[in-house]
Design a protein. Sequence first.
Length: 349
Amino acid sequence: MKRRRILFAIGVTVALAFVWWWMQPAKMSEPLPTTSKPSASEQAVAKLSTSVAPQIQAEKKKAVIKQIEGAFSAPIAFYGRVIDQNGDPVAGASVGYSPVDNFISSNTHYTGASDAGGYFSIENIKGIALSVGVEKQGYYPVSDKYDKSPSSSATFAYGMGPDSYRQSPPTKDKPAIFVLQKKGETVPLVHVSSRQIDVPKTGQPLSIDLATGKTAQGSLQVASWMGESIDPRRYNQRRFDWRYQLSIPGGGLIERKGQFDFEAPSDGYQPAIEINMPANAEKWASQPTKEYFAKLADGRYARFSINFYPGALNGHPEDRNMVVLESYVNPKPGSRNLELDPAKVVKSP
């Protein structure tokens, strides 16, 4: 779905750029001075310009339409290869191709599969850009959220130049690389899906049970402090001081940084972690998302993601101060495996 939205945006951007160029009026000569009566020759030139202008616009329109048609009809020949996290080829991976080949109606979609060496290709199709994604049962899709290494999907430029979203087209000798992460040993986990939880703004700690998502008592303690807003005329957005503290009484926390880090560390845990965001911070953010491993007081291990939504003390009524929490808990004390199989999920009470 995300890839289709990107492709649609690409098509709209290109077409609008062409239309904007077409809508610009044809450049004419400087207007005749009005301080004196135009001569006969000047009147003839003015009359000729008036009659020629519509013709120029018509020719310009034809040129723009031809350019748009040409951009959306650029020939595409694509070559790719699927490998796993160890660099081994992945055979039988499903491949989806989505070219931006139509501005008005829905774009065409094609499917394919990787061969024994992980290679795949498609030719004799057209479009201004091509989005490619791979998947296979027993593998995780790899996102580029964590780093800029090859992922499981990408978009490539054909009828337009490459940029930060579109890569240069690959060749048969240098195919584009796509990566899938082979799943490891999975275990039953208690999963709490995303929940919105209101948090006091004055530093009063709130207890959250990572195994249920319920408040009032639990393993995770969340406290927040809000500051005054800074004059919005000094900044592009309304800024304010805010601070959160997370703690696990009798246990600890450590940040989870890898997309496929499923085993909780054996040591290195801190009893508390603080997120401090002063209003004048160079990289100020109002809604950061963090991921952590947690060692609970009863010997269980968990991992969770937490998205902060701080609200300023003197902000608007809709400035709700809350966190959005999603957690996974291994119900077996001492087991650090936190890789979930959806078929083995244990629903929270």
